[in-house]
Write a new protein. Sequence first.
Length: 271
Amino acid sequence: MESIAYFPAQDLEGLFTADCVDFMADMPDECIDLAVTSPPYDNLRDYKGYSFEFERIADGLFRVIKEGGVLVWVVGDKINGGRSLTSFRQGIYFQEIGFNMHDIMIYQKKNTPFMRSNAYTNAYEFMFVLSKGKPKAFNPLKEKTVRNGFEMVVFNKGTDGVNRKNLKELKTEKTKTNIWKYAVGLGGTTSDRIAFKHPATFPEKLALDHILSWSNEGDLVFDPMCGSGTTCKMAFLSKRKYLGIDISQEYINIAKTRLFEAQQDLWGGQI
Ligand SMILES: C[S@@+](CC[C@H](N)C(=O)[O-])C[C@H]1O[C@@H](n2cnc3c(N)ncnc32)[C@H](O)[C@@H]1O
């Protein structure tokens, strides 16, 4: 483990191997603009036996996130006969400690291997968007509308019951819904082959879409359980500062390689 001293806010950047509970204890209050993270799901995967203390992590996050800052918590339940509902319990705990459940979004997987013999194939996870007070940043992502061009549009229905219509130009784009769909696997989740040495990387586009939505350039984006470094890579590429922690040295090495390669691609090796 790297030794951690108390961090002045301006030095909070980079990738560190540590238990995030200990690391956050050395961070100042209210220094994070946005956290995008995904916890170990019900110990579904073996993270080398590391402990996961949800309540302490949630408490730490509430303290280090700024007023108006946002936490995006990407989580799925263990399905073993039925659903564990761990995600719901975590959502309620977040609310109890003061977070506002600003939205419950869906991460839909375009291609999913999780078949069930007696229920429909699971194709989604939750993305809890938790804010500390009212979110200070919201840059809504847009998508193309299906109908565009000019159309006769109803503008007034008078007492005679007749619909009056005007020729109007339809909008070419609209704000996206809160169900986001991503391809998973090589080329979908990421094209970085090294990322697949981690068992549970989430899609780069998912991290990027949240970063663009809930933060602005120059903001500090945090992932306390950063795994292969997806959130940090996308924060870097979108001109935010990043701070990533993982308890595993092996995963931090993967994250450092991905960040190094992203920096080389962007700066042509001048780092
Ligand atoms: C679901 S994975 C995150 C994957 C990541 N979003 C990515 O795209 O690669 C959860 C991570 O939490 C880490 N972890 C578990 N307990 C931790 C703790 N107490 N402190 C820091 N990291 C922890 C695990 O090592 C694992 O890499």
